[in-house]
Design a protein around this ligand. Sequence first.
Ligand SMILES: [Fe+2]
Length: 399
Amino acid sequence: MSNAAPPSFFGTQPDRFDFAWPGHAVFGAGCAQQLPAWAAARGVARPLVLSDGGLVRAGIVAPMLDALRAAGLTPALFDGVAANPTLANATQARAHWDAHGCDGLVAIGGGSVIDVGKVLIAGLCADAPIEQVLREGERVLTRDAPPFAALPTTAGTGSESTTAALVKDGQGRKHVLRSRRSRPQWVALDPQLTLSVPASVTASTGFDTVMHALGAATNRASNPVGEALALQALALSVQALPAVLADPSSLKARSDMLLASYLAGVAMSLRGVDGIHGLCTPLEALVDVPHAHVLAVTCVPLMRFTLSAAASRYAQAARSCGLGAAGRDDEALAHALVDEVDRLRQLAGLPRTLAELGLHAAQLAPAIEAALDNASLRLNARQPTRDEIAALYQSMRPA
Ligand SMILES: [Fe+2]
């Protein structure tokens, strides 16, 4: 037997790392029908079903409620989660939980619904006020989480598999809860639930998945498990996003995007993302547009800036996606990856400039300061200085 170390993707396999798997996931068309059996196995009798009004009107929630009732359970519905979820949504959901004596949570929705579910679960695990729970996360969670299932209806933010949840408070400030304990314990990845997602949402959330996978695959983090998952998620999503945009009724394309979103979420929780998100987050404090619209503006300039320090990482990601002819050197493959990301952005109909987001050069000073302190930017393969961040934002052509 050889003592040689197993090969790693970038020759950077660390001596020490850890990984926490998310909970049980089932995958495939129709798998959401396993929900009542999961609830019964976990001893849940009165589940709180958390969703939003749009999904209720689209007829996605009623069959789940019917199935739970048919299995002898007494579900209570709270469908008041907003598109940009608020702390108040979590407080309202908690009021429903208490009023109906609920003993398990079922989140049916996109990232907003699942994020509110995570905040509700964290609150149930703590004796502290919810504001303190958001601030301190896992440290103040002293009780075991009640049973928590998630049925994602978009692909996706990956919220069903990440350890983070984002909610806004009454003043519009964003709070990120980070906690493994409040992650869903059971996830049904059923592509049938995503078939009716409108084209613009399919494009935005799908592009977010590509950015999660790309960031986790090419940043400086050193978790090889997360790296393998990120590369798989990237290869899947780069292929599936154009397919689902061309044919929204394709169950195969919807399935691939849903799996990619889930895997990217796991990878992101193990490795974080990169400077594309690092430059995006400070801009999101200035403008209220979909997350993916900002990512679409930051991605190509940031990748071009990073390329010189990350040619081998980008080339590896390009190879995983089957880009470029065999035998091309790393730099050529890295450029092919940047071009592919730009092609996907265009296909998804997403913007390219800060001007398209309504942002002016004069607004950018606080974003530059915030980017300097951004954890995702610190994970980027090349670290920009303050002047370089300013130049990057300027290259995105503000109004
Ligand atoms: Fe994202």
